[in-house]
Design a protein around this ligand. Structure first.
Ligand SMILES: [Zn+2]
Length: 324
C-alpha cells in the first residue's frame, strides 16, 4: 500500500461502527500473532498433510487469521493450529500472554484478570496446554538411571460425588504405604541427561512398574534405587544392573539418587503453589512440570533467552503430535 492509499485507509477509520472497529483490531492482532506465525512456519518446515502424510501441501489463504494449507494429494485442507493445543481455541491475541503468565506460575484467577477472560476460560486453557505436555519428551532413559516413587495425597477436588467419606479440613492423612488409598503413588525416573519419566501408579508392584517403565528405558542400563523390591522384576526383564542405595550408606560420587530426590523436592514445592491438584489431573501437572524442568536443565539459561524465545522452544508449539 503506497502512502496515498494508506492515508485514505486511515481517513476511513472514523467511519467504522464499534463492532467493525473491534473486528479491525482483532484482524490486525491476528496478522501479527507470534504463535500463529510460529505454527504456520512449523507446518511449512514439517511439510506434511495432516490427513494423508503427503508432502505435496501448499499455502491456501487464511481463515480467522490462521494459515490454511491445501494438500494436492488428497484434496483436503487444514489450518496451522490443527494437531496442536490451539486447535478450535478462540482469542489467539491472548495466547502468548497467557502462556507467559503460566510460566510465571500465576494462579488461574490472576491469569483471568490480567488477560480479561473468564476464570472458566483460564481454567480450560491451562488444562489444555498442560494436557498437551503430557506426552512430550519421551526419550528413552539410558546409562545411569535414578528411580524413586513419590506420593501425593489423594484428592477428589472437583468431583461431584466422592467415592469415600469426606475428610475433615485440617486432618492428617495416614502415613503413605505402598497401596494406601489415601495416597497416589507416582513413579519417577531420570537419567544423567536429565531425561525424566513419570507415571501415576495404580499399585506399587513389580508388574506395574515393569509394564510402564520397561518400554522407556534402554536394556542393560544401571538402575539406582532405594532398594524397593518392586524394582526387581524390571531389572530381571531388562537386564539392568541394580544399585541399591540406602540412606545410611556413605555418599557415592557416581551411583546416587540425589538428582531424583532434588527433582521430587522441587516438584513438591511447585505442587504446593498450585493450591491442591485433583488426583485425576495429576498427570497433566506432572507433564507441565517436566517441561519446565527440561527447559531449566538445557544449556540456555534465562539470561540468554527472552520470554518469547523460551516459549517458542516449547514442544507445546510443535505441530502434529497431539490429537485435539
Ligand atoms: Zn493429504
Amino acid at each position: 500500500m503506497n502512502h496515498n492509499q494508506f492515508k485514505v485507509f486511515i481517513n476511513q477509520i472514523p467511519k467504522l461502527d464499534p463492532v467493525q472497529k473491534q473486528q479491525a483490531i482483532t484482524s490486525l492482532n491476528q496478522q501479527d500473532n507470534p504463535i500463529l506465525n510460529r505454527l504456520a512456519k512449523e507446518n511449512i518446515q514439517h511439510s506434511k498433510c495432516i490427513h494423508c502424510d503427503s508432502k505435496r501441501i501448499k499455502k491456501h489463504g487464511k481463515s480467522n487469521g490462521r494459515q490454511r494449507f491445501f494438500c494436492n494429494q488428497c484434496g483436503k485442507s487444514f489450518v496451522c493450529t490443527r494437531g496442536t493445543a490451539f486447535f478450535y481455541q478462540h482469542k489467539p491475541e491472548h495466547w502468548q500472554a497467557y502462556l507467559e503468565l503460566m510460566l510465571k506460575r500465576e494462579t488461574i484467577r490472576a491469569c483471568a484478570e490480567k488477560i480479561g477472560v473468564s476464570t472458566v476460560t483460564a481454567f480450560n486453557w491451562r488444562h489444555r496446554y498442560m494436557q498437551a505436555t503430557q506426552h512430550t519428551f519421551e526419550a528413552k532413559l539410558e546409562g545411569i538411571i535414578e528411580v524413586d516413587e513419590m506420593y501425593f495425597r489423594e484428592s477428589q477436588k472437583g468431583n461431584k460425588k466422592l467415592t469415600r467419606p469426606a475428610r475433615k479440613r485440617g486432618t492428617n492423612a495416614s502415613t503413605h504405604g505402598l497401596n494406601n488409598k489415601d495416597w497416589v503413588a507416582v513413579l519417577t525416573a531420570m537419567d544423567r541427561n536429565h531425561h525424566e519419566y513419570d507415571h501415576v501408579l495404580q499399585q506399587v508392584n513389580g508388574t506395574e512398574i515393569n509394564n510402564c517403565l520397561g518400554c522407556k528405558i534402554v536394556n542393560e542400563s544401571i538402575l539406582c534405587s532405594d532398594g524397593q523390591p518392586a524394582y526387581n522384576k524390571i531389572c530381571q526383564e531388562h537386564h539392568l544392573h541394580h544399585v541399591v542405595l540406602k540412606h545410611a550408606q556413605p555418599h557415592n560420587t557416581v551411583f546416587h539418587i540425589q538428582n531424583i530426590n532434588s527433582y521430587h523436592s522441587y516438584l513438591k514445592q511447585w505442587m504446593l503453589q498450585m493450591h491442591g491438584v485433583a488426583s485425576k489431573n495429576l498427570p497433566k501437572y506432572l507433564g507441565w512440570f517436566r517441561m519446565l524442568a527440561w527447559h531449566k536443565y538445557q544449556s540456555f539459561s534465562d539470561d540468554f533467552l527472552t520470554q518469547r524465545e523460551k516459549l517458542f522452544e516449547f514442544k507445546l508449539l510443535q505441530v502434529q503430535q497431539h490429537n485435539f
